[in-house]
Design a protein around this ligand. Structure first.
Ligand code: TK8
Length: 335
């Protein structure tokens, strides 16, 4: 009897103590959309974020995830966030350059040398600087997740030298920096939403696309592409974006839950993304893709061919933005 009373008391006490916080947590449904398949590491990130949310809200929130562009592509979903009709999207930064031109800095070819560098820039001052710009556009970036280093696949020939890009019809993400980069390489580049890529490759409307290994694998591009070459020409971040107008209706407690759980999702997503990268590369070869690395000499020629993209786009991205990025990279590299 005594034990029971003490237990009841403890439970009652715990409930009272939890009450002030819980009162600030309303019942909510968060719709989050993606362009990739659920088997992509973003799936692991969203699962981790959901688990964190359910725990912190004691089940008051539901996270509804939609995959493979089921709610529209990155840009469409992001516009829905800005108008307050959708809560959340995990999107590449690249299709949003039309909304916030400074984001174009991430698309500059060969910007980051490795993922540690990318993490340091994105999770540090530069990332916060970019978040402020996004907020002015009605978008709250809860965290930077990882899309990753990009590599070219195609149905024509392996890319072994600069000349191999010649005339290839390549799908690029929807901005002028990517377009110019691939034009500078000699390809015939077409901007296209990610959700249309598989069919365009299958029908041979285009020859090529570029994405990280995990996306090539989980989007089954190996079914419609014969060659994969390690071009590693750019690193794309994913933004875990929340609708600004909806965020403003959440209590401070709720806003903090979003930020904390998006960070939990980020850690898991990046971990799986890096763990899976080599596995995905092996998978797609197993599935029949011919993989090749490119010699350092040819990589130098490829770098030289796209060097001009920095100067061409400095003004549209913002000279201050590029300078800030370069300064932070120099500091990281000990220059
Ligand atoms: C998925 C996209 C994709 C990106 C692209 O929505 O468009 O090629 O790399 O992963 O964000």
């Amino acid at each position: 009897m005594k034990t029971l009373t003490r237990l009841t008391l403890t439970t009652a006490l715990a409930a009272t103590m939890a009450l002030p916080a819980l009162a600030e947590i309303r019942t909510r449904t968060i719709t989050v959309s993606n362009g990739v398949a659920e088997s992509h590491p973003v799936g692991n990130g969203v699962a981790a974020m959901r688990e964190c949310i359910v725990e912190k809200t004691a089940g008051a929130w539901t996270v509804n995830a939609f995959w493979s562009s089921a709610l529209g592509d990155d840009l469409t979903a992001t516009q829905a966030l800005r108008s307050g009709t959708q809560e959340m999207v995990i999107t590449s930064s690249s299709p949003l350059v039309g909304i916030e031109p400074a984001l174009g800095v991430f698309d500059l070819p060969f910007l980051f040398s490795n993922s540690q560098e990318a993490d340091a820039i994105l999770d540090g001052d530069f990332g916060a600087f970019m978040d402020e710009k996004l907020e002015a556009a009605g978008l709250v970036n809860l965290a930077y997740w990882e899309n990753g280093f990009r590599n070219l696949t195609n149905s024509v020939r392996p890319i072994q030298r600069l000349e191999d890009f010649d005339g290839m019809r390549v799908r690029v993400m929807q901005n002028n920096i990517f377009l110019d980069t691939f034009q500078a390489l000699g390809t015939n580049a077409t901007p296209m939403a990610f959700g249309e890529v598989f069919t365009a490759l299958e029908t041979r409307a285009i020859d090529a696309q570029e994405n990280p290994y995990v996306t090539i694998d989980t989007s089954k591009f190996y079914e419609v592409q014969g060659y994969l070459s390690a071009t590693q020409h750019a690193y794309t971040p994913f933004l875990a974006l929340f609708s600004g107008p909806i965020f403003n209706t959440y209590s401070e407690t709720e806003q903090q839950i979003l930020r904390d759980c998006a960070a939990v999702g980020r850690d898991e997503q990046r971990r799986v993304s890096r763990e899976l990268s080599d596995v995905s590369l092996a998978n797609v070869q197993q599935a029949g893709m011919q993989f090749n690395e490119i010699s350092p000499e040819e990589m130098d020629r490829i770098r030289a061919a796209v060097e001009g993209v920095y100067a061409t786009h400095a003004e549209s991205i913002g000279i201050d933005v590029i300078d800030r990025m370069q300064a932070e990279l120099n500091a990281l590299r000990g220059n």
